[in-house]
Design a protein around this ligand. Sequence first.
Ligand code: NAP
Length: 302
Amino acid sequence: MLPFARVTIIGLGLIGSSVARAVRTQMPTVRLTGHDGDPEVLATADRLQLCDDIADSAGTAVIDADFVILCVPVGAMAAVAEAIRADLPADAIVSDVGSCKEEVARVLVEELPGAIIVPAHPVAGTERSGPEAGFATLFQGRWCIVTPIAGMPEAATERVCEFWRRLGANIDLMAPDHHDRVLAVTSHLPHLIAYTIVGTASDLEEVTQSEVIKYSAGGFRDFTRIAASDPTMWRDVFLSNREAVLDMLQRFSEDLSQLQRAIRWGKGDELFDLFTRTRAVRRSIIEQGQDDPAPDFGRAHE
Ligand code: NAP
């Protein structure tokens, strides 16, 4: 049996539109309703026929739903929760896809007293945003981390897990604070490093902009993919997961200083040992199906 019959998606950008497309493919009998705060996104969603119904307000969108999934930036969760509060059916389950879980869970519980809430985070995405960037297979073989809130019905958690399984995801259950520490190191810190290095290179005075672009295949261009990610989404992530990110950043700065010393004092063995360990990490990611084994990220070479 399908976990839900009437699904409402609020926020029809990369993730929301991918959920819509995946539901269409994997659970075609589900009645899909969508809403987005941006009229242009609504018009695009309508043109692409992402949902059965497009609602012009968040409240109208949830009136008949048995599952409501919030796919807006983390900083917009409170406003959306407030906007659906009066119209949310008592037995509907509310979830989200936000990249930070502790603050989002707190905000949803505060804004939706008495509602059944099961936060989740599909660890899948690209550097693009908007409804045209989504695709139905985005969650296939990726992990979705579900972070249940104490006191909420277990059956609701199981239905949300089943929803994501149907979209092709593997499920892990985690405490929200643990999720935020894990993602701080696997996602948030890498984004911060990429934003920094791309910013630094574009501010350098002794290397021209055209040289930075021309010689980017030396490694720089791989950072620019991550640094092209949506500014609103990532501003909200760093503000929401502040403590965990600052902790990981402290640890990273210490490790960077150690590398700096190794280079200064010519400690080649230290560098070699680290680079050997990091190469093994890449191998494990490929072995576990979390990236393509093709060299150079599968870029075509003549
Ligand atoms: P996106 O492509 O920018 O889509 C977000 C959509 O939400 C936009 O159309 C935005 O409209 C709309 N929105 C913003 N505030 C709203 C409001 N108050 N009411 C209704 N709609 C509103 O972003 P995304 O990449 O799909 O990210 C959505 C969520 O998924 C975020 O919480 C993010 O942390 C999480 N996530 C992202 C990724 C990723 O790789 N991108 C991966 C996993 C999880 P505007 O045009 O007005 O901004």
